[in-house]
Design a protein around this ligand. Structure first.
Ligand code: HEC
Length: 193
């Protein structure tokens, strides 16, 4: 290794000397320099969002240490605890079936829920025909019987094969508005109250 470095330095010195004997003209470079010693030119460090070519599972973006909480973020305290959520969560829009809340809920419901649960919440959305586990009706006796907190919890934490929609609706109020919209669908649906 030492010998290699010495050789490289020697080669560099020879080349530098040759460049100096060019008759005093200012050298203008049109081509990139030859990289004689590449050690610090090609950094082995990974670029942001890059991955290790030896191990594609090793990305340059590392996971934060376990238990780390992002600034300004409050972790959802009822993850996988539907009964606790049911007892603790209170709907800020409880009984507030104003045009504003229902319109907000309708927009979100039709964007995120209707594809599976259907526009009227009957479990017959356009993609439901392709699904092995059918999305249940949201105007069923069972869901009518859930309290607002339980429905909010399912939207926030998911249930069984249904994933969480908290990342699509970051503002919890949007999720509560969806709960109220589901209630309005239930009222409209014959057979449920
Ligand atoms: C990709 C399809 C899909 C989307 C989109 C979806 N769901 Fe679901 N949902 C399901 C499936 C499937 C289940 C049954 C999950 C289980 O229990 O395994 C379910 C279950 C539910 C339940 C519980 C019903 C019961 O009988 O226990 C509620 C409430 C619910 N979803 C509400 C929503 C709301 C509100 C949205 C929109 C934010 C939504 N879902 C979006 C597929 C979906």
């Amino acid at each position: 290794m030492k010998k290699l470095v010495t050789t490289s330095v020697l080669a560099f010195a020879t080349l530098a000397a040759a460049a100096c004997t060019g008759g005093g003209e200012v050298a203008t470079h049109k081509e990139p320099n030859a990289d004689l010693i590449q050690d610090m030119m090609e950094s082995p460090a990974l670029k942001p969002q890059d991955f290790d070519t030896f191990d594609r599972m090793k990305g340059s973006s590392r996971l934060p240490p376990e238990g780390t909480v992002a600034q300004g973020h409050t972790p959802y305290p009822y993850h996988l605890k539907p009964e606790e959520a049911e007892r603790a969560l209170k709907n800020p829009y409880s009984g507030k079936m104003t045009a504003e809340v229902i319109e907000l809920g309708r927009t979100k419901f039709e964007t995120y829920c209707a594809v599976c649960h259907g526009y009227e919440g009957k479990g017959d959305g356009p993609v439901s025909v392709k699904m092995a586990v059918k999305p249940p009706s949201l105007v069923s006796e069972k869901v009518v019987g859930y309290n607002d907190g339980r429905i909010f919890h399912i939207i926030t934490d998911g249930q069984g094969v249904m994933s969480s929609y908290a990342y699509q609706m970051i503002d919890p109020n949007d999720r509560w508005a969806v709960v109220n919209y589901v209630r309005s669908l239930q009222k409209l649906s014959p057979g449920s109250k």
